[in-house]
Design a protein around this ligand. Sequence first.
Ligand code: ATP
Length: 602
Amino acid sequence: MWSTAAVAPEDQLDRVAAKRVLRRSMALARPVRRDVVLSVVLIAASTLCTLAGPTLVRYAIDHGLTPPMNVAAVNIAVAGYIAATVIAYFIGRTQQLTINRAGEGFLRDLRLTSFGHLLRQSMSFYDRQKAGVLVSRLTSDIDSMGELVQFGLLQFVSASLLLVFTLVLLFLMSVPLTMVCLVALPIIVFASVRFQRRSNTAYLDVRDRVGQNLSALQESITGVRVIQAYAREEEQIRRFGDTNRALYDAHMSSVRVSVPYFALVEWVGVAAAGAVVGVGGWLVHQGSVSVGTVAAFVLLLSSVFEPVAQLSQLFNSIQSAGAGLHKLYDLLDTQPDVRDRPGAVDLPSIGPIVVDDVSFTYAGSSRPALHDVSLTVAPGERLALVGPTGAGKSTLAKLVARLYDPTSGSVSFGGVDLRGATTTSLREQIVVVPQEGFLFDGTIRENIRLARAGATDAEVDDALRAIGAWDRFAAFPEGLDTEVRERGSRLSAGEQQLVSLARAALVDPAVLVLDEATSNLDPGTEAAVEAAVEQLMRGRTTIVVAHRLSTVRRADRIAVVDHGALVELGTHDELVARPEGRYAALAAAWAASQPILTTHQP
Ligand code: ATP
């Protein structure tokens, strides 16, 4: 049977939220509604087959076994019974298949929709959310709904139908005997609801203690060297003994809750059967019901009590799954900050970048990362951003690529405010090469093609040639089809950067935003990466967060950023000529042979 998940208090849904969740789920389940309807029809049919059994027993007793005996009636009943079970078998099979197809289909769509939605979120969303929480939304929350869809709803529908059909049948056979059965119902409902509530608390307790026990175990095993080195074995065994005892206690209290409940339900069933036989026998004596009817009542009793107990317990599971859905829908309702606004236009293919009085504060941060920054980068110009760690260089680069929107002020390209541009044209015209280009499991070719899905092999080759890196990769035994392994572990740091640069070359953007890697490379690859960067910058407007002297020297102008402000802007010669200038100090420190710029600022 399906294990009923407990609901923590914070997971309880109020009535309005529950209604919203239900409406939304029905809308989402629309693609699988045919299977849902079919499942309900099949459940109804299988319920009728279940009820056919006791009805046929009644027929056999009343028409076949009561004098004068009638063998034909018994045969009909037996044949009917066999037919009903065979039909029930086939219906059951189809029903399982249909309900699973509907449930899995619903979950598949939901997982895909949620995943797509997550990937479309802006950077600010990822600043706010914890990766672990997002993963749990897409896995355990969706799984708990899976349980609900496949088992909970199935159980709910079948228990409801069985209860209603059985009651109708009982009423049709004998109203007084039905009344006898109904007397026991409130006891079952009351006991089931009470049991569910108590078993929830016990379940949450067991879940907590299992966690504590596991972490005690894990800590001791990972720290076993230290434990033995200081002869703390006995102490650790005693501590583990405590958590282990607590787990035992929690399990036992959960057993103490369930044992009386199941015993009570069983006893009520037997008592009700006794009452039916007693009252039924008297009614048979009176001549108002047949022996077959009494027998059918005894057989049908479980079809009344079981669904009632199931329904009372299901309530909680539905709550728990509803809470999971509620959290997931909240996530699906989060609109990305950076998205196409109504009337968005394509960016032109050429034009200046104008940063106009831009200030920016990260969500959740009290201090602006940038304030009142204004600058213009002419088409084809190379601008290097330099400054100490945490000055705001990367932030400025991200705003130019519209990974974030400015808190105030604006960034435009070719006269179009980036907020009014289509995201497609934005990603085609302005490309960011991050410090560390993430490599995915797959081949070198696939990793480069990530930048433009439809690119042909020849185009990928051309992109690599454009940055002068084709020969290096082609010389691998498997060439561009070499698997990079997880996170590119098979490539050197420099080679990973070359792949990242080749991605940008494949898009061939008008503007390149480069966050130069700070890590030191071996001289051989460093020269190759530098040459690739040089090739890539050719003929493009480039903004580079520079950490290397060579990169800064290649720039047309240099912008010095400090504490979120643009403090100096000019050519290398202009800036070094300034007495007491920031850049002049930097360049001097640098001349003392320090390759990385940012580490030298006071
Ligand atoms: P580095 O040279 O070390 O890369 P930087 O000049 O590029 O430094 P930024 O990365 O732009 O500096 O950071 C500017 C400020 O904004 C820093 O104080 C940093 O802590 C903060 N910051 C950066 N990213 C975030 C974020 N995602 N959320 C909140 N604050 C951030």
